[in-house]
Ligand binder design. Structure first.
Ligand code: DGL
Length: 272
């Protein structure tokens, strides 16, 4: 069998939001090489139809497969919700694929005490009911309440983490979940961990927030450990970042999401 341990983990997202998932991967797997692709030219995916998201997903997967990745992490909740099978099929049996939904759903089911879980995400993620189905499969007794929060994505990118407008909007979005007395809320979008402080201030203090990206970092570490494909290197990893566009404020926003310096970012042309 080939030694694939040093091959990179491929990660993709609709844009730069997936860097919050890379941040979690680096915490759990500090020596893994990573190739990241963000489709910044076509973001957001969360408001687009499943059909279009599936078309884009195929192209995003091909970008990563060119880099000889040992596995693919679908950082985007929207893609994980409506197109995980597209990635799995394209990658083939030899390249494992991990989305964010099962790890997030598993962590939420483990956290809830009253079996009432709220899911906040993009319109696409909530409409797909993917989290609801995954949670109900793990525990049919859990009640799940979904709430789309489309304005959270631009607010997180704008860096309005502690702003009156964000608090007002968050109150509006979270009110139905508070009324349903959920004790656990899944941050089912790459951007929402950036807003976790304001979200935690609005929900009752006992409510647990589950970061699906964080849960995914943990799940990826377990998967690679089980398959014997952890990189044995103790050196700093090679991190490569590719995007389909470099928009204004890209580096500033990207570094805030990653929690570290981004380094060189290369543009991939010719998508779509
Ligand atoms: N990355 C997306 C997600 O996690 C959020 C941004 C978008 O709508 O594309 O669902």
């Amino acid at each position: 069998m080939n030694d694939r341990t040093a091959q990179p983990i491929g990660v993709f997202d609709s844009g730069i939001g997936g860097l919050t998932v890379v941040r979690s991967l680096l915490r759990h797997l500090p020596h893994e090489n990573i190739v990241y692709f963000g489709d910044t030219a076509r973001v957001p995916y969360g408001s687009k139809s499943p059909q279009v998201v599936r078309e884009y997903t195929l192209q995003d997967t091909d970008v990563l497969l060119k880099h000889n990745v040992k596995m693919i992490v679908v950082a985007c909740n929207t893609v994980s919700a409506v197109a995980l099978d597209v990635v799995q099929k394209r990658a083939g049996a030899g390249t494992p694929v991990m989305g964010v939904i099962l790890p997030g759903a598993t962590a939420a089911v483990a956290a809830t005490r009253n079996k009432r879980i709220g899911i906040i995400g993009t319109q696409g993620t909530i409409a797909s009911r993917s989290y609801t189905n995954a949670i109900r499969e793990l525990d049919p007794a859990v009640e799940v309440f979904g709430q789309a929060c489309p304005l959270f994505v631009p607010l997180a990118e704008e860096g309005w983490t502690d702003h009156k407008a964000t608090e007002l909007i968050a109150r509006e979005y979270l009110h139905p979940l508070v009324q349903q007395k959920v004790d656990t809320v899944v941050l089912a979008c790459t951007h929402y961990p950036i807003l976790s402080e304001v979200i935690q201030r609005i929900v009752p203090p006992a409510v647990r927030l589950i970061d699906s990206g964080e849960a995914t970092g943990h799940a990826v570490a377990e998967l690679l450990g089980r398959s014997g494909e952890l990189n044995p290197s103790t050196l700093a990893p090679n991190l490569q970042f590719f995007v389909s566009d470099i928009p204004y404020k890209f580096t500033e926003v990207g570094e805030r999401f990653l929690g570290a310096r981004l380094g060189r970012v290369q543009r991939v042309g010719g998508l779509g």
